[in-house]
Design a protein around this ligand. Structure first.
Ligand code: SAM
Length: 440
């Protein structure tokens, strides 16, 4: 007990602080959770994880519910109060917390974190939220929506993302992919080829990648990971790097054009060494270039890639310097929603056009960096067509499209025409896109 008999609840206080970091400072919920969980008992850590992840996942839908329940726009409330209400709504609508406990614990949290004067308001709004259950609220919000809008609401996705995915998937699969996005991703490890064996990772060998394994528990407790001979990496990322390494390219070095934090650089470093090639990794931001170097720390100097801090749209290297370039460009990350539950609400449809400018520039630079006959892999962690096929279509006058699925014959149902499009519900991976191009 604390001030005025208010109950301090470590799990809810931690959840509030984490959500504040996410909404006010742009923190990633999963990283912030990992940072703060250690101070909690395992039971509180489990509760805080479910509370933060669930609230982040459904935040946009909860905001609509809070507007309807309070009769006011959320911008008229203090941002910290909005976060408290979001946490309360999640407990009321999607956790097995009895309504009276959810309301009284959230009111106590409001009193302790923002002050007694807001207790009445928080209590009143949450009572209105509690007047309906989740399905009841979906019915109310769905009244003004068409079928797609109702599916998006019920599955915690913004409508514009539902529309983008529906360009690629039939309706039944859209729901499957939403469900996969709402489930935590399997923790996946990867060996740096040549430095460790998959058997050292413990766990179950990955379904498709010869370098991966699914393993629960703390990765740092595995010797190969602690020593930098293995790391954490989604299997989709492993597969696109593998496909890139399999394309016949002229003799010469490879370039990883957008390398930070270096997950793909590390797998490519081992594969390049097997082919007797050199690898150069470029990254615009110095702190991310340092992460690339850290991911490469186990490679002996003789085969360790060169890491450059450079703007790859204004490259310090001469045109045609590389035999093949991996352009893993910045994107909306709509393919990694399992890992970043908040990101679906953070991005706006307008972000796509802004990113498209950089994506086009980086792809142009990648093509310029190889000679005629050189290979460029264009990769995004987003299936949104405006970031994928549309960008590749823009360089049709300079390149031939190779059949990317032919370079991943072990992965079924991954072909999107000549491109590879992986999906969480089909492959258990992030929704990575891969286009393989050869310069004319
Ligand atoms: C999708 S991430 C790459 C992920 C990385 N390939 C991996 O597997 O770990 C894109 C990266 O491009 C970097 N970047 C953005 N603009 C850049 C530019 N003009 N030149 C080089 N890197 C850039 C970002 O800082 C970010 O680290």
């Amino acid at each position: 007990m604390s001030r005025k008999g208010r109950r301090q609840d470590p799990a809810r206080s931690a959840a509030f602080k984490i959500l504040r970091a996410v909404t006010a400072n742009g923190a990633y919920a999963n990283l912030e959770l990992a940072r703060q969980r250690g101070a909690l008992s395992s039971q509180d850590a489990g509760f805080a994880t479910e509370l933060v992840s669930g609230t982040c996942r459904a935040m946009g839908t909860y905001d609509q519910i809070l507007v309807a329940a309070s009769g006011r726009e959320l911008r008229t409330l203090q941002p910290a109060v909005v976060d408290i209400l979001r946490l309360g709504a999640h407990q009321l609508l999607n956790m097995r917390v009895p309504a009276h406990a959810a309301i009284s614990a959230t009111v106590d949290l409001a009193a302790l974190e923002v002050g007694e004067r807001l207790v009445g308001l928080v209590n009143a709004i949450l009572r209105k939220v509690a007047a309906r259950d989740w399905l009841g609220w979906l019915e109310v919000l769905g009244e003004n929506e068409d079928n797609l809008g109702r599916i998006a609401l019920a599955n915690y996705h913004p409508r514009w993302i539902a529309e983008a995915f529906l360009d690629l998937l039939p309706l039944g699969e859209l729901i499957e992919t939403f469900e996969a996005n709402n489930a935590p991703a399997k923790p996946t490890l990867v060996v740096r080829p040549g430095l460790a064996e998959v058997s050292e990772l413990g766990g179950e060998p990955a379904r498709f990648s010869p370098y991966g394994a699914y393993a629960d528990g703390d990765p740092a407790s595995i010797a190969a990971v602690a020593e930098g001979r293995a790391g954490v990496q989604d299997e989709g990322s492993q597969l696109v790097a593998l496909a890139f390494s399999r394309v016949e390219a002229p003799a010469g070095p490879w370039l990883d054009l957008c390398a930070g934090p270096g997950g793909k650089t590390a797998i490519l470093a081992g594969l390049a060494a097997q082919q007797g090639r050199r690898l150069v990794a470029a990254e615009r931001h110095a702190h991310r270039a340092e992460l690339v170097s850290s991911n490469l720390r186990a490679f002996p100097e003789a085969i360790s890639p060169t890491v450059l801090t450079a703007d790859s749209t204004r490259p310090p290297w001469a045109p045609g310097s590389f035999a093949a370039v991996l352009a893993d460009v910045p994107c909306t990350g709509l393919g990694a929603l399992r890992r970043r539950p908040e990101s679906r609400w953070r991005h706006q449809p307008g972000d796509v056009a802004t990113l498209n400018v950089l994506q086009r520039e980086l792809l142009a630079s990648a093509i310029n960096s190889v000679p005629s006959g050189g290979v460029v892999a264009y990769v995004t962690c987003s299936p949104h067509q405006a970031e994928t096929a549309a960008i590749v279509a823009g360089v049709a006058d300079q390149t031939d499209v190779l059949s990317a699925p032919e370079y991943l014959p072990e992965v079924p149902n991954a072909a999107l025409g000549d491109f590879v499009q992986l999906w969480p519900h089909r492959h258990g991976t992030d929704a990575m896109f891969l286009g393989l191009l050869r310069r004319r």
